[in-house]
Design a protein around this ligand. Structure first.
Ligand SMILES: Cc1cc2nc3c(=O)[nH]c(=O)nc-3n(C[C@H](O)[C@H](O)[C@H](O)COP(=O)(O)O)c2cc1C
Length: 196
């Protein structure tokens, strides 16, 4: 059971990473193999906007940091996407990567039925975390993935963390708890599917 987390933040060890690690800690406890990929470690070109048939027949024109992450997404049973809230939505870095995943959609919806879960952190409560989560969920839906929320009792949309400076989210005890709950819910869903 390989579970992948993608950190869309520019700050590699910032608040988004902290919450993603918390989600993965629950998954690990349940026996999953886990990994966090940092988009800040890679250079990823903008999608060149070719027609669907071009992507299908010739593949992507770029060979860059996106390739390795796309392979990891294919291997993963569940994908957690985390983003800081930037101007009320996902980071530009994450959006650029999301666009590049279109190749997987064009090649037979390769992410279909994988489990997707979202983490967002903003500097302020009500700073756009839920919109950011919604935008990540929309990304999963466009790939025909299965979206899960955090499990019962906190079950809402995913993790909506609050913290501005690096590490501040450690004071957001509720979101740390929701993160652990989200990890448990992901594993619960995978086990229902017979994954070990
Ligand atoms: C360009 C930019 C835009 C931001 N926009 C928002 C925002 O709309 N709402 C909010 O609550 N915080 C906003 N923030 C604050 C970050 O979301 C916050 O610092 C968060 O903890 C960053 O996560 P990280 O540590 O993983 O990078 C913004 C920060 C930057 C750099």
């Amino acid at each position: 059971m390989y579970i992948l987390a993608i950190n869309g933040s520019h700050r590699k060890n910032g608040n988004t990473k902290i919450l993603l690690e918390e989600v993965l800690a629950s998954c690990k406890k349940a026996g999953a193999e886990t990994e966090v990929v940092q988009l800040a470690d890679t250079k990823i070109e903008y999608c060149a906007a070719h027609e669907s048939d071009f992507c299908k027949n010739k593949g992507c024109v770029y060979k860059d940091g996106a390739d390795e992450i796309l392979d990891k997404m294919l291997k993963a049973k569940a994908i957690i996407v985390g983003s800081p809230v930037y101007m009320g939505t996902v980071s530009g870095r994450l959006k650029t990567f999301m666009d590049r995943t279109v190749i997987l959609r064009r090649k037979g919806f390769a992410l279909k039925n994988k489990v997707g879960a979202a983490v967002a952190v903003g500097g302020y409560q009500g700073g756009g975390q839920e919109y950011t989560i919604r935008d990540i969920h929309n990304f999963f839906l466009i790939h025909s993935m299965t979206v899960v929320s955090d499990g019962i009792d906190t079950a809402h949309f995913g993790v909506a963390g609050v913290g501005g400076g690096i590490g501040d989210v450690k004071d957001d005890k509720h979101s740390l708890n929701v993160s652990r709950n989200l990890g448990n819910r992901i594993v619960e869903e995978l086990k229902l599917r017979g994954e070990k």
